[in-house]
Design a protein. Structure first.
Length: 388
């Protein structure tokens, strides 16, 4: 296949969302206002109010990044040496990095192999007298069983934090992410389902939300509280203005992603040795990514070689996704070793296949991706049969 044809076939995008004239007008509106930061009753305050209403929560605090929001959660909970935090292994390193930074011990709950989310039974099995919080990531766009997670948390008096960087607008039993956990962290990075270029949001709900809210507000500015010096985590007026327009479009953006994902699932149906993305029936998956699986052992090939063929020979932008966090250097330096979560490691090393998913794609792209995967599987199966 010619190189120039492969380049556009099923492209990767650095932009997960889409801008229109509304966002351009919003930036101009912000620039013509009294100032671009610390404006009372300006874009930032309105964005916070509108986002809180969208999620159905009492408090929302715009910040510079989702990592800032996660750092704030560790501060609000008061994590430190001697505490333990339970989290899922397959996620972006930021989910647990700020809890780790406090000196707390991170305990990893092995995953449900269908969804790559932490298995709720494994979460509960790790709870002990040192456990202070549960930090969970939605990973590719769908949530854990939040009824079960919150039941575990209330039983053991734990704080629940959701890293919803990849799942704004996702739902569990009709409830939007943000409205079930004590704290939820959102990302508006350019690759996310809604974007302000860079940015984030911390939402608070649950029985201690009103108690935490003044500290969360104070800790976004360097003055902090009398006891704690903070960082400048504020979002500026221009990003907030963009966020207000993006929020209006978020549900329609997510619907587009879901339609593309469901079309790809249908197109991949019947391809041997390929498992399509799993979606729980009681949840709204917003498909930040489309996570398929390949049975690399059955094909007699390394999973990474399968990805290489799709990328270099078929022009399909894909990857393995995130590996278990405890395999990263920051954990290795602190004594964490392979073997903590056998299912997560098995899935990452042999099976996970992250396929393109963004608003620049069409049904035609999904069909081309499915055709390329089918061709690759058939070729490898044929070559394997010849070898055998």
């Amino acid at each position: 296949m010619p190189e120039q044809e492969r380049e556009w076939q099923v492209p990767e995008s650095k932009f997960g969302s889409r801008y229109g004239l509304e966002e351009i007008d919003a930036v101009v509106r912000a620039m013509r206002s009294e100032g671009l930061s610390l404006v009372r009753d300006g874009e930032l305050d309105h964005f916070a109010e509108e986002f809180a209403a969208y999620c159905g929560v009492r408090h929302a605090f715009p910040v510079s990044t989702a990592c800032n929001a996660l750092a704030l959660t560790a501060d609000l909970i008061g994590l430190g040496p001697g505490d333990e935090v339970i989290t899922n292994p397959i996620t972006y390193i930021g989910t647990s990095a700020y809890a780790l930074r406090t000196g707390a011990t991170i305990r990893f709950a092995d995953v449900d192999p269908r969804s790559l989310l932490a298995d709720e039974d494994n979460i509960e099995a790790l709870v002990n007298e040192k456990t202070k919080a549960i930090y969970l990531s939605s990973y590719d766009g769908q949530l854990n069983d939040m009824d079960r997670v919150m039941e575990i948390a209330r039983k053991h008096d734990l704080v629940v934090v959701i890293d919803a960087a990849r799942s704004p607008g996702a739902e569990f039993n009709g409830h939007k992410v943000g409205s079930m956990a004590d704290m939820t962290c959102f990302s508006f990075h350019s690759q996310k389902n809604m974007t302000t270029g860079e940015g984030g949001m911390l939402t608070l709900d649950g029985p201690r939300a009103d108690e935490w809210a003044p500290t969360a507000q104070a800790m976004r500015n360097v003055w902090g509280t009398a006891e704690r010096i903070a960082e400048n985590y504020r979002m500026d007026e221009m990003r907030a203005a963009i966020g207000r327009e993006q929020l209006k479009k978020l549900d329609s953006f997510n619907d587009e992603r879901r339609e593309l994902a469901h079309h790809l699932t249908e197109a991949l149906g019947g391809v041997p040795h390929i498992t399509t993305a799993f979606e729980y029936p009681d949840r709204k998956h917003v498909f930040h990514w489309y996570m398929a699986k390949v049975d690399s052992r059955a094909l007699g090939i390394e999973r990474d070689e399968f990805i290489r063929i799709l990328k270099e020979e078929e022009g399909i932008a894909c990857s393995a996704g995130n590996r278990p966090s405890y395999l990263e250097k920051m954990y290795e330096m602190r004594g964490y070793e392979p073997g903590l979560c056998p299912i997560a490691e098995e899935e990452y090393v042999y099976h996970t296949l992250r396929l393109p998913m963004h608003l620049g794609l069409t049904r035609n792209h999904m069909d081309m991706a499915a055709d390329a995967i089918r061709r690759t599987v058939e070729r490898l199966a044929s070559e394997g049969a010849a070898r055998w």
